[in-house]
Write a new protein. Structure first.
Length: 169
């Protein structure tokens, strides 16, 4: 969805990765959990931290810092997992997104959201819905459905299915 498609005030959950503030549409967020140990799944991409048990369901956890080319998330008292629901090929998938900390839920008016910057043709910025301004601070608004490629999401779904099968065996 482009910024021009944002026509009404929307609520966003803000969170930090290193020193940057990011935001997700609150409609995509199911809950926020304290980080617990994830079970590593062999032969998964580096940004896949593993899987957690969420009330009997196997949920893959992704380190958002590593996904965005930053250093791995260090576990602190503020480290959390944002449980999001994303669309993959018409189906919804639940995923845990590790963040350094969750900040707050904010309302952003459409006039406070600028289009994402075009950074040449080689960098894909389709996963950025826009740049929000809140209290004189820039916030990178993510389109969580576009952060991961189809291939990565298919792998995440497969990992979840394999882990479920292993648990039920």
């Amino acid at each position: 969805m482009s910024v021009t498609g944002i026509t009404e005030t929307t609520q966003y959950l803000t969170f930090k990765l290193e020193d940057e503030v990011f935001a997700l549409d609150i409609g995509k967020v199911r809950e926020v959990l304290d980080f617990t140990t994830a079970t590593k799944v062999p032969q998964t991409p580096d940004f896949m931290r593993g899987v957690i048990n969420l009330r009997g369901s196997v949920v893959p956890v992704v380190d958002m810092r590593m996904k965005f080319g930053m250093t791995a998330t260090d576990r602190t008292v503020n480290t959390c997992v944002i449980i999001v629901e994303i669309a993959v090929d018409g189906e919804s998938t639940v995923l845990g997104a590790m963040a350094d900390s969750v900040q707050e839920v904010i309302d952003l008016e459409p006039d406070n959201i600028e289009p994402s910057p075009r950074i040449g043709t080689k960098l894909n910025t389709d996963f950025i819905r826009g740049m929000g301004k809140h209290n004189d601070q820039f916030i990178i608004i993510l389109d969580i459905d576009k952060v991961f490629s189809f291939v990565e999401l298919a792998a995440v779904q497969e990992i979840g299915e394999e882990a479920k099968t292993a648990v039920n065996a």
